[in-house]
Design a protein. Structure first.
Lengths: 102, 815
């Protein structure tokens, strides 16, 4: 059973941006929205594996840098009409720090 | 208090499109109730013709199935006709007694076929052509009876006649006018059309007035009699002599109607609680009978229902197409012409091609195409844009590929392409896939086709072809929007032009100020508008507006080009294509040290190190910086390269020192952001070894100085640069090139290359600002130099400090 571990301070992730967390199971992208919500997804686009962490974040979505699929940060689902799903991870904010369960 | 109640009467194309637009921008605002007199969910009425012709089934043309209504919580009353509106109590009452209260009412009752007021018009076997029930009745009649008469030789009548003929009936079309489609075609095209329909076995009686319909023994219609006494057999009579806006309900409720329910530019009727859209409406005295303008109305109406309060409907120019497979016909605008207009005509009766373009004051105002309609959408766009066609006039009639505005030249015959022909080379999308998506998913715009099929969503060179396929599949439902009115993206109604102007005039200096001040639908914008806004801000307010890295595409944020495997490429600048042994040694060392898998000479006269890991970028940059190298911006909407030839420095033919000139230009422009990438070249003589003829700015040395060319492009669609002016000194080259690029930076729309920008504004405009007005030229040049003062190398800026974070990964560490 994995536990929540601290990965960085919220301030280390740019607003409307992301950071990459290295993980034995593959990189994880941790996103921060305009209103400081955090989300974590597998850093691999369901289309052709593009690194989602490098995309543009807007609302609760990220646009993949390779071909522009939009992936829901909370659901991991590709926005219609595209179809695909990306693995999600639990993250939480505590006292200005970001914790990830992975 | 629950949500306000929106009731819609009429479950057809315009009404449901309004709901779709509304759900997109304000999904939870209303509790929605819909009444539809027909028992079907919303379907694509325009495709009833292919259904009648046996090319599609009713199932194929459903646009919104029951699940759609359910998913949006719509309370749907099908097969229930609204009998009365009670404006005092604010409720509607259906024929079966159902009562629903409203806070806002939307009337979308469409229109009804006009039944000629002649004896016998109520007999069995006499029908209009409007809905699924009519279509079914025609299909049934075709099984049992032999003779059909279609009254009316307009679009609807001809489509009905064609379908009935294909179902085996003997069909005669009766038409009052002197030629077919006299509301869309001139006489020549009308006659050509008649000939090809006659070749398919249809019969025509022109300039004939129907006097009465005669009943047979069974009481069903049996014959049609004309004013001149002639009588022909008919067991089925289809009235297609026009439509009448369905205003009875509104009129009975005392809402002002005159040739339709009268609405203002926000689609509001005289009762402010009641809106109306679609064929039932009269806007500025016009009632439209084609889908495209109705969809424009729907968009504006939804906007006002959502209380966004922006957007006005100001009327539409329409174009039409006959949906009879195998017949190509297109008409738009003022197709007849008059005494103030000129005409360009091509008439080839043997080849079955006729084209007429109507021109007024150097602008296209209308046209008719018969036999070859491939360029219809292009002409329609020119017409809507009101583009000055003086410069392309002598090629105009031969179409877009002759003018050189289309990607795949010579492949512009959308209708003639086979289904398995590849349309989009980037994403491997065939014509069949696109046509299927248009029909099955009910797509109406290029944007929707891009989203659903991915065609034209990469390099975009097939966009024109996709539009042609749309137009030929949809018929008159296809509508181009004027380019300067196209919304920037789904977040806003505003066009690039509007936004640029607002940023300048209202002195907006941040993305938030734009998205708030201009009522963006989503506060953060999206990946399409944010990079554009960021560019508009920093180019309009240099030194004032802060650059927003999070609104830049990854290449510009990381200052390196992302590759398909997530690694990056590194391209150090080589001013004017020049390098030194020391630089080459540093590049070689770096390539070995960071195990760069591929080292390549680029098309831009420099070296690309491909396959670098993101976290290695700052390190490799540091090594290159130590040898005096800076970023080549090979990743940016920015100055890319200035290509040079050896020139007078070495070459036996050289007239000017092109290497030197090129290096000076490149140093001047270092760090310049622009709407799209910018490439220059300087050649030492007209042999032009630096290929200056296909660059954004091309400089060619001649004995007496330099010739300057602009707006060339060597990419997706090669465009030869146009001659701008001739100058005599290096300083003038810098000033003219700089001024031209600044004009482009100030007026270009994001992702518009110089060639597209100049096509839009016209070379004359550029000449006036840059060549003929020295004061303005100097002012432009000064603004360029000002915005470039203090520009730093983005690579060395990121070697340490806050900006370096972008390149560092995090690790999961125990708490
Ligand atoms: C590296 C290079 C190919 C090469 O190995 O030679 C190249 C590589 C790419 N080009 Fe290019 N282009 C390269 C020279 C060209 C040239 C030739 C030139 O510059 O003289 C052209 C035609 C000239 C022109 O632009 O007018 C060219 C026309 C394009 C286009 C089409 C632009 C257009 O407006 O039509 C694109 C697509 C775009 O920019 O949207 C493009 C896009 C790309 C991208 C950035 C695709 C992408 O988005 O990832 C490629 C990046 C590969 C990478 O990661 O490095 N590349 N590209 C060349 C880099 C030159 C340099 O030193 O900076
Ligand atoms: C055969 C055919 C081919 C066509 N081809 C083309 C084409 O190629 N290109 C093009 O642009 N256009 C074409 N059109 C026209 C296009 O279909 C119409 O412009 C469009 O459907 C109008 O939309 P609307 O919502 O205003 O009306 P409709 O789609 O007619 O919807 C109105 C609905 O309201 C219902 N209704 C009316 N009164 C009441 C009431 N009191 N209570 C409840 N419900 C009510 C009606 O039953 C109907 O379902 C074609 C039309 C037909 C019939
Ligand atoms: S380098 Fe240019 S031409 Fe080659 S694949 Fe990439 S974008 Fe296409
Ligand atoms: S890999 Fe993400 S959109 Fe293609």
């Amino acid at each position: 059973m994995s536990e929540f571990t601290k990965i960085c301070a919220l301030a280390d992730i740019p607003r409307l941006g992301a950071r990459v967390v290295e993980h034995p199971g593959g990189d994880i992208a941790v996103f921060r929205t305009a209103d400081d919500e955090v989300f974590a997804l597998h850093d691999k686009c369901p289309h052709k594996g593009g690194p989602l962490s490098q995309g543009i974040v807007h609302g609760k979505r990220v646009a993949c840098p390779l071909h522009g699929w939009n992936i829901g940060l909370d659901s991991g689902e590709a926005a219609a009409p595209d179809v695909g799903r990306c693995g999600r991870f639990e993250v939480k904010l505590e006292a200005g720090d970001v914790y990830l369960k992975a | 208090m629950g949500k306000p109640k929106l009731v819609m009467v009429g479950n057809g194309m315009a009404g449901v499109r309004t709901l779709e637009e509304l759900f997109r921008i304000a999904p939870d605002m209303y509790a929605v109730t819909v009444f539809g007199a027909e028992p079907h969910p919303n379907y694509n009425r325009i495709l009833l013709s292919p259904v009648l012709a046996g090319e599609m089934t009713v199932q194929d043309i459903i646009l919104n199935d029951h699940d759609w209504y359910r998913a949006h919580g719509v309370n749907l009353h099908l097969g229930r006709k609204v009998a009365r509106i009670d404006r005092v109590r604010r409720q509607v009452v259906a024929e079966d007694g159902t009562v629903e209260a409203y806070d806002r009412l939307l009337l979308a009752t469409g229109s009804t076929p006009f039944m000629l007021p002649i004896p016998g018009n109520g007999l069995a076997g006499v029908i209009g052509y409007r809905d699924i029930a009519d279509t079914d009745a025609m299909i049934e009649a075709a099984k049992k009876y032999r003779h059909a008469v279609v009254v009316g030789g307009g679009l609807l009548g001809l489509e009905a006649a064609n379908g009935l003929k294909l179902r085996g009936m003997d069909v005669t079309v009766v038409h009052l006018g002197a030629w077919l489609l006299d509301r869309q075609l001139d006489e020549v095209a009308g006659r050509m059309l008649q000939q090809s329909l006659e070749a398919r076995g249809l019969k025509f009686l022109l300039e004939k007035q129907t006097e009465a319909l005669i009943a047979g023994e069974s009481g069903r219609v049996a014959a049609v009699r004309f004013k001149d006494g002639m009588q022909i057999p008919a067991e089925l009579v289809v009235m297609a002599a026009g439509i009448r806006p369905n205003t009875a309900l509104a009129e009975a409720a005392g809402i002002h109607c005159s040739r339709g329910i009268v609405v203002n530019d926000t689609l509001q009727t005289f009762d402010p609680k009641i809106y109306a859209v679609g064929e039932c409406v009269a806007h500025r005295g016009v009632a439209y009978g084609l889908v495209a303008p109705l969809f424009e109305q729907a968009k504006v109406c939804a906007n006002h229902l959502a209380n966004h309060g922006i957007g006005r409907y100001t009327g539409s120019v329409t174009s039409t197409k006959l949906k009879v497979t195998g017949i190509d016909l297109f008409s738009a605008g003022d197709y007849m012409g008059g005494k103030d207009t000129e005409e360009i005509v091509l008439n080839d009766p043997a080849g079955g091609v006729y084209k007429k373009l109507v021109i007024k004051d150097d602008r296209l105002v209308g046209g008719v195409l018969y036999g070859d309609t491939a360029d219809g959408p292009w002409y329609f766009q020119l017409l809507k844009d009101g583009k000055d066609i003086r410069e392309i006039r002598d090629h105009l009639l031969f179409g877009q590929s002759m003018v050189g505005d289309v990607g795949h030249q010579g492949q512009s015959k959308a209708a003639a392409m086979s289904d398995d022909a590849e349309v989009c080379g980037c994403n491997g999308v065939t014509k069949g896939t696109i046509v299927r998506a248009i029909k099955e998913k009910g797509l109406f715009s290029l944007d929707e086709v891009k989203k659903h099929t991915k065609a034209a969503s990469s390099c975009g060179s097939c966009a024109g072809l996709c539009e042609q396929i749309l137009a030929s599949t949809l018929g008159g439902a296809y509508q181009a929007t004027a380019s300067d009115k196209k919304p920037m993206c789904g977040c806003t109604e505003h066009s690039h032009e509007d936004v640029r102007r607002a940023i300048r005039e209202r002195e907006l200096t941040s993305i938030a100020a734009v998205t708030k001040g201009m009522e963006w639908r989503n506060a953060d914008g999206c990946e399409k508008c944010r990079p554009a806004l960021n560019y508009y801000l920093i180019s309009t307010w240099p030194h004032l507006a802060a650059d927003d890295p999070q609104s830049r595409f990854i290449n510009e944020r990381a200052h390196a080009n992302i590759q398909k495997d997530g690694t990056y490429s590194v391209v150090p600048r080589m001013w004017g294509g020049l390098t030194t042994p020391a630089e080459l040694r540093a590049i070689a060392d770096a390539a070995e040290k960071y195990k760069v898998p591929t080292v390549k000479v680029t098309g831009g006269q420099r070296i690309d190190l491909l396959g670098v890991k993101k976290e290695d970028l700052p390190k490799i940059w540091a090594d290159l910086a130590a040898a005096g190298m800076v970023s080549g911006h090979a990743y940016g909407k920015s100055i890319r390269t200035v290509k040079t030839c050896v020139g007078a420095e070495h070459c036996r033919f050289g007239t000017q020192r092109s290497m030197d000139m090129g290096v000076k230009l490149e140093k001047m422009l270092f760090g310049m952001w622009s709407p799209h990438k910018v490439k220059l070249a300087v050649s030492g003589c007209p042999r032009n070894c630096a290929e200056a003829g296909i660059k954004d700015v091309g400089v060619i040395g001649v004995d007496s100085g330099y010739e300057i060319y602009v707006a060339g492009n060597g990419g997706i669609k090669t465009e030869v640069a146009e001659f701008l002016c001739k100058v005599s000194s290096d300083e003038e080259v810098m000033e003219v090139s700089g001024a031209f690029l600044q004009l482009y930076r100030e007026e270009g729309w994001y992702l518009e290359r110089t060639c597209h920008y100049v096509q839009r504004v016209g070379l004359d405009h550029v000449k006036r600002r840059v060549v003929e007005d020295p004061e303005n030229r100097q002012a432009l040049y000064a603004r360029l130099l000002d915005s470039l003062t203090g520009v730093k190398d983005p690579w060395s800026e990121r070697l340490d400090g806050e900006l370096r974070k972008e390149f560092e990964t995090l690790a999961v560490r125990p708490a």
